[in-house]
Ligand binder design. Structure first.
Ligand SMILES: CC(C)(COP(=O)(O)OP(=O)(O)OC[C@H]1O[C@@H](n2cnc3c(N)ncnc32)[C@H](O)[C@@H]1OP(=O)(O)O)[C@@H](O)C(=O)NCCC(=O)NCCS
Length: 163
């Protein structure tokens, strides 16, 4: 279990893409086609309109989050977020999300959206605790066979869009 006092949050580096992709496969995409492989994560790390944050414990990645920004729509989409099982329920998930949210707000984003597996009750509780609300159900969203729930969080910030 990580010593949280030593855990540091920061922007992901391209050589960390392999660790992040493996975490996504194991904890987010399990049982589905593996889309967020090393090359895709490396592209996201390099992409100016995507932010990839990692939590590092003595240099080893123990959690990460990926958010894409859509500046024309003043919105952002949380693509991926995971914390290694041994370090859960200690505030790291919230810290990773807040890190991304802060950048989003500074960039003028007024709405953050995400989708998650409809059967992922734990993540749904986590996102509700952060202030997200379920908006709709998308049948067969994952690989044409698993349903997803869309969730979103909106705040009024000078951009003109708030829903
Ligand atoms: C969802 C996830 C990122 C949460 O990370 P975490 O570091 O454990 O979250 P936190 O410790 O910051 O939790 C904050 C609050 O969210 C809620 N929460 C978190 N995990 C929960 C769970 N398993 N069941 C119910 N509520 C939960 C609680 O209110 C918690 O506060 P508390 O511990 O004081 O009760 C983590 O469980 C995870 O990696 N899951 C697998 C990947 C995944 O499903 N990602 C989301 C879809 S992309």
């Amino acid at each position: 279990m990580a010593n949280l006092e030593k855990v540091k949050l920061g922007c992901a580096r391209v050589p960390e893409a392999t660790q992040i992709a493996e975490m996504s496969r194991r904890w987010i995409e399990h049982g589905l086609t593996w889309r967020y492989r090393r090359d895709q994560i490396a592209r996201q790390i390099r992409d100016a309109e995507t932010e990839v944050v990692v939590a590092r414990d003595e240099g080893y990645v123990i959690g990460f989050g990926v958010m894409e920004f859509h500046f024309d729509a003043c919105s952002a989409h949380l693509m991926l977020l995971a914390v290694e099982p041994a370090s859960r329920r200690r505030g790291l998930g919230v810290a990773l999300f807040r890190w991304l949210e802060k950048i989003a707000r500074l960039a003028g984003v007024s709405r953050i959206g995400l989708e998650l597996r409809a059967d992922n009750e734990e993540a749904r509780c986590f996102y509700e605790r952060l202030g997200f609300r379920a908006t709709d159900l998308r049948r067969g969203y994952y690989d044409g066979r698993l349903d997803a729930i869309n969730m979103s969080m909106a705040r009024r910030v000078g951009c003109g869009h708030d829903s």
